[in-house]
Ligand binder design. Structure first.
Ligand SMILES: *[C@@H]1O[C@H](CO)[C@@H](O)[C@H](O)[C@H]1NC(C)=O
Length: 554
């Protein structure tokens, strides 16, 4: 009996061990949300809860056909940088030919790098990722996806172009269906192959059908016909995937959807549809003749925001036939050292809108360098999150600011009519709160951030459940709270300038604006660039520190 009991006990221990082991295996990646869908303007999981995509682009579409950086750092280390930075997702780019031309797709990593004369990069892969060197380029692509899964990172597979290379010139032959390298049938075959591959990778939650449609062939009719065909193919292979579509004019123009909302032959696709938008500092220049470096930044921000809303932002308007989530799948700026005047103004402006709309997003880009770009070896990416050697964050301040918009900023069911709202500061990614000593400070936006009341671009600024108002005392002094009877007009705030992002009040005949540019305390200072004639040609002044935006809040 005892022996028997002991055997049972022994078996039981083994069972416990096995169960624990299995649990451990299952536990890897078990914080992934499973298949996603579109519900009105939100991306949701199978229970209907919002999943906000906070992604970063990782290039794998270039000549080498290998995700960048594997020569610089071990794969798990690169992915731990992504994860510890707070991103929950990667938009991983790919080129059609890797999946449709067997002579490309069946090469090993080692063969691909050798054939391009990238011996240094191969040495780097052998020392940092020795297990990848003899995999085919497609197997290496899958190994990256698997490693992302092991650290709970979702993946959007983005068809960046057809012929592997740097993207996206207007005349590079990859711009629109029918261009030299952009053969519709080959593209469909590529989508089909990649959708099939995604079946083995539950962390792949979506496919971006084509990056930046553009060039002289572009038109809404052919865009619609081809995107619908692409969506059908992806859905037929893997109906769990989100299907993402970026508009013409390099993923900046979808105004034509408002008059002809997409419909699909296959029911079910509509609930997988997510639109994409791209927004860079120069986007406005390609639509208007306005530039961030030469015009008043408040005026440019107003025009750029209007442009964005008219061309793509409107798609999230609830209750319309076209209503869908919008994924800002590319934006970014130089992150090496001091940002340019234009980049700073643009990013301050973009942050106001992205926070207000609480958009899903993907930063361009992870890579600090490329194996080979435009014929140059070890080309450094000035927009890269990581340094050229992939071992550190290139611009920790920018990452911190970006972290401010990674988590949801508004209630999923918010209808925009909330009385109490958070006051967001685009230049820092923080929210304005009242501290215990009644001063106004910037801190992380959260459900406990102060809620504010303010009406019609003019009036008093009141924190919720307070009988005091925000008041200015003098230039350079902290903004504070005071009772209405004691504030003598300096608590009457108007949203000034074309951007309507600056709160101004009068103190002794001088216009002062709320200012968040001196550390965490909110001060009041003379308004920057508030008048149209200020801050034009050659000006390097930045009003962004004085920009604030109401967001619905949690
Ligand atoms: C990239 O940056 C590294 C480190 O800053 C530098 O040593 C290298 O020369 C740069 N490469 C190119 C091609 O400019």
């Amino acid at each position: 009996m005892w022996i028997k009991y002991s055997t049972v006990c022994h078996k039981a221990r083994w069972m416990v061990f096995l169960v624990l082991l299995l649990h451990f295996v299952v536990a890897i990646g078990d914080n992934l949300p499973g298949p996603l869908s579109a519900s009105s303007r939100w991306i949701v999981d199978q229970k209907g809860n919002r999943v906000k995509l906070a992604c970063i682009n990782w290039a794998a579409h270039m000549e080498a056909l290998i995700p960048e950086g594997l020569h610089s750092q071990p794969l798990p280390k690169i992915i731990s940088i992504i994860s510890s930075s707070g991103f929950n997702c990667v938009r991983l780019t790919w080129a059609v030919w890797m999946f449709t031309d067997p002579t490309l797709g069946s090469q090993t990593v080692s063969q691909s790098l050798t054939s391009l004369g990238l011996d240094g990069a191969l040495q780097g892969v052998m020392s940092n990722n020795p297990n990848l060197a003899q995999l085919t380029v497609i197997q290496a692509f899958e190994a990256v996806i698997n490693n992302l899964a092991s650290q709970n990172i979702m993946v959007i597979l983005d068809n960046h172009l057809s012929k592997p290379k740097w993207c996206c010139d207007l005349t590079d032959g990859n711009g629109f269906w029918g261009d030299e390298y952009f053969v519709p049938g080959t593209w469909i075959n590529g989508l089909s192959a990649v959708a099939k591959l995604s079946l083995n990778h539950p962390n792949v939650v979506g496919m971006s059908l084509r990056n930046e449609p553009r060039g002289f062939r572009q038109n809404p009719g052919d865009w619609t016909k081809n995107m619908k065909a692409g969506a059908e193919v992806v859905y037929a292979e893997n109906p769990n995937l989100l299907v993402l579509m970026g508009g013409i004019e390099s993923t900046t123009q979808l105004n034509f959807i408002s008059s002809s909302p997409l419909t699909f032959d296959t029911q079910g696709i509509r609930n997988k549809l997510v639109y994409e938008g791209h927004w860079y500092s120069w986007t406005i220049l390609t639509h208007t003749a306005v530039s961030y470096s030469e015009w008043n930044p408040n005026t440019v921000c107003a025009i750029d925001t209007y442009r964005f809303m008219r061309s793509t932002g409107y798609l999230i308007t609830p209750g319309q036939q076209y209503t869908s989530p919008l994924f800002l799948s590319e934006f970014g700026m130089g992150l090496q050292g001091d940002a340019s005047v234009a980049d700073t103004r643009y990013m301050d402006c973009l942050f106001a809108t992205v926070a207000q709309l609480d958009l899903d997003f993907s930063l361009w880009a992870l890579q600090g360098s490329y194996y080979l770009r435009s014929g140059i070896k070890n080309y450094n990416e000035s927009y890269g999150l990581v340094t050229p050697s992939w071992d550190a964050i290139q611009n920790p301040d920018f990452l911190k600011r970006l972290q401010g918009i990674m988590k949801p900023l508004s209630g999923q069911n918010g209808n925009g009519a909330a009385t109490y709202q958070n006051l967001f500061h685009p230049a820092t990614g923080l929210c304005v709160s009242v501290s215990s000593d009644s001063s106004l400070v910037l801190s992380e936006c959260s459900p406990s951030s102060s809620k504010w009341s303010y009406f019609d671009d003019h009036g008093v600024l009141v924190p919720a459940r307070s009988s005091n108002l925000v008041v200015a005392t003098s230039a350079g002094s902290p903004a504070s709270l005071a009772s209405a009877s004691s504030c003598q007009g300096s608590c009457d705030w108007t949203l000034v300038s074309d951007s309507k992002l600056q709160f101004s009040t009068q103190v002794g005949g001088q216009s002062l604006c709320l200012d968040g540019s001196s550390g965490f305390a909110i001060t009041t200072n003379p308004c920057t660039c508030a008048s149209k004639l200020q801050c034009e040609f050659g000006s390097t002044q930045q009003p962004g520190g004085q920009w604030f935006k109401f967001i619905t809040g949690l």
